[in-house]
Design a protein around this ligand. Structure first.
Ligand code: FAD
Length: 621
């Protein structure tokens, strides 16, 4: 049967990529269908119930700035909030929240069910309807056909999913969920490069069986950070404590003793795992000289007893898992509620995608999330949002949209994937962005919300709130720049003790705020009324303190953009360019790009390398 209504966009998969994709398309006014295995697992966190972290919260806040769901759901579900890198500069500062798994799912489901233009249907997608090289719809497990000119595939770890515990393995999408085998087989018939990756998760522990008396407590930060620019601390549910314990020599002996039955070390698993989230057996192997590793013990939900021991992801046999867990302080009598496991799954080479995340081979077919070789909810959500936007734009005959590397981490993520591909699960870090100082988590909305509004992603309330803050920042900057403190005045005396130096001329409040010893509250109220909106105050302070660096970074971007069409002579010797790595020299020599723009699109040629090339070309005259 063909379903009687036709859709503009069909999204397959209700995980982190799929939910952002269908919400975005529906917000843009497209008639959208979300087709997923199970309505009860919408927004499910397959692994650690935590959102954000270094590099990742930047993505979450960009999703938020584009009207997405993840940050608001985190504010409704976060049971512990922390600011990471709080002593470092604003570029690398990050927000992380431990979330209540059930509250998070319910917040996402609530947004989905209340979204106009969006229909949800529970059923596995088994086949794609492809006519020539164009997608036309989807066929479900029971043979029902849904028709649409665009389909976004966000199937996570489910394609050809194989779960490993020790030398035992079985087909599965993640523990408790079926894999997507028929769809995986169908996709392998399409002209797309496919390979295998793997990831893993730790055993979960029953809190009743843990001895907390000797464990180190870890509370969240106060004042609590808020994830969404539209969120509020008042939304946060009860806040709870996490704990820290450690592995020890005995734990490591137990693990070494079980390696012959490890699917990873006995060669049963072929896929490569996440480098930055390694299993405990990987850590023991790679850092053989370390006698201990930290384990963060994090509650899974407010109303359940399950704990997530962050740091001991494993696919060792269950008897080894139990022994290794019980060798850890506090876990001597621990009961495992769910064994840890590894999962292998199909992923597609993202180099076969356009910047819109549309596949090059099949028009109208988009891929987003773990299917593109990434790992993490945030990376998935960001891609889902972008694919949803572009599927909606295609359905409307509009050009694709993708932010540039200097505009958003989403741009960095997509550019990295498309130009370089990935051989291991890709996760975001601030170090991947050349223009970190511009791409801060605190200014995501200032970078993106105006574009999002123009694309129809932002409703009137969100827009009005954004405009209030944007205008508030501009007004406060103007006030600080035009309010003066005279030498010898009471205000000047109050500041001199803080900066340990006399103020011997007239200064504007803005100039004073540039001083490292002074913060917004120190100067803003010296004359006139300081603002009460924390976000406005923070932006004004960061802008004052870092404007020199920010301007320099902006100049560099403008300069590179202005020189994109600079010609590179055919006989140009790339080996002579000082500062380029041998790898980049080889790539450039092999590709022989004709312009700087072309050079910048060669996989692995970074903007920093293009900058060096430009300097060299200019010197050459
Ligand atoms: P998912 O969240 O997996 O969602 C996929 C959705 O698609 C599901 O709702 C599924 O039911 C649905 N679906 C699949 N096939 C079909 C079909 N044919 N028809 C209909 N619906 C379908 N990330 C980290 O950052 N660090 C980690 O250490 C980590 N460990 C992990 C360990 C395990 C065991 C697993 C399973 C995941 C782990 N992850 C980890 C990854 C993290 O869960 C994913 O990155 C993230 O969930 C990807 O989001 P997604 O939307 O792409 O896919």
């Amino acid at each position: 049967m063909i379903y009687p209504e036709r859709f503009d966009v069909i999204v397959i998969g209700g995980g982190h990529a799929g939910t952002e994709a269908c919400l975005a398309a529906a917000r843009m006014g497209c008639k959208t269908l979300l087709l997923t295995h199970n309505v009860d697992t919408l927004g499910q966190m397959s692994c650690n119930p935590a959102i954000g972290g270094i590099g990742k919260s930047h993505l979450v806040k960009e999703i938020d700035a584009l009207g997405g769901a993840m940050a608001m759901a985190t504010d409704r579900a976060g049971i512990q909030f922390r600011v990471l890198n709080s002593r470092k500069g604003p570029a690398v500062r990050a927000t992380r929240a431990q979330a209540d798994r059930a509250l998070y799912k319910s917040a996402i489901r609530n947004q989905l069910e209340n979204q106009p233009n969006l229909s949800i249907f529970q059923q596995a997608a088994d086949d794609l309807i492809v006519n020539g090289d164009t997608v036309e719809g989807v066929v479900t497990q029971m043979g029902l056909k849904f028709m649409a000119p665009t389909v976004v595939l966000t199937t996570g770890t489910f394609l050809g999913g194989k779960i490993h515990i020790g030398l035992e393995n079985h087909a599965g999408g993640r523990a408790g969920d079926p894999p997507a085998q028929t769809l995986a087989a169908r996709l392998r018939e399409l002209p797309l490069r496919v390979d295998r990756l793997k990831t893993g998760t730790p055993p979960r522990i029953d809190a009743k069986s843990v001895d907390f008396s000797e464990l180190q407590e870890q509370w969240g930060d106060e004042p609590r950070p808020v994830m969404s620019a539209r969120g509020s601390r008042d939304w946060h549910p009860q806040q709870v404590c996490c704990w820290i314990t450690h592995t020890n020599e005995r734990t490591h002996d137990v693990i070494r003793g079980g390696l012959d039955r490890s699917p990873m070390y006995s060669g049963v698993i072929e896929g490569i795992g996440p480098r930055y989230c390694p299993s405990i057996e990987d850590k023991i192997h790679r850092f053989a000289d370390k006698s201990s590793h930290q384990v963060f013990i994090e509650p899974e939900e407010l109303n359940t007893q399950e704990l997530y021991p962050n740091g001991i992801s494993t696919s060792l046999p269950f008897d080894v898992q139990l022994e290794l867990v019980r060798s850890i302080k506090g876990f001597e009598n621990a009961h495992i509620t769910r064994p840890g496991y590894a999962i292998e799954y199909d992923y597609f080479n993202p180099q076969d995608l356009n910047y819109s995340l549309e596949t090059r081979a099949i028009s109208g077919l988009y891929f987003a999330g773990q299917i593109n070789g990434t790992t993490g909810y945030e990376e998935a959500g960001a891609q889902g949002l972008l694919a949803g936007i572009n599927a909606a734009r295609r359905a409307r005959d509009l050009d694709a949209w993708c932010p540039r590397r200097d505009e958003a981490y989403i741009g960095v993520l997509v550019d990295d994937l498309i130009t370089m591909g990935t051989q291991e699960p890709y996760r975001m870090f601030t170090s991947r962005a050349e223009y970190r100082l511009l791409l801060r988590e605190d200014n995501a909305d200032l970078r993106l919300t105006e574009q999002a509004r123009a694309m129809g992603l932002i409703d009137d309330d969100h827009w009005a709130q954004f405009c209030r803050q944007r205008d508030g920042i501009a007004q406060e900057q103007e006030r600080l720049k035009t309010t003066w403190v005279q030498a010898g005045s009471e205000a000047a005396k109050a500041l001199e003790s803080k900066i340990d130096a006399p103020l011997n001329r007239e200064y504007s409040l803005f100039e004073l705020l540039k001083r490292p010893q002074l913060n917004y509250p120190d100067v803003a109220g010296l004359k006139g009324e300081p603002v009460t909106d924390e976000r406005v105050a923070l932006q004004v302070e960061i802008d004052a303190k870092y404007s020199g660096y920010i301007d320099r970074q902006q100049d560099e971007i403008n300069r590179l953009r202005a020189h994109e069409q600079t010609l590179i002579p055919t006989e140009f010797d790339f080996d002579k360019v000082e500062g380029l790595s041998n790898e980049v020299k080889q790539k450039l020599s092999a590709a022989r790009p004709e312009t700087l723009a072309r050079a910048s699109r060669i996989p692995g040629v970074t903007p920093a390398a293009v900058s060096l090339l430009l300097i060299h070309l200019k010197k050459r005259g």
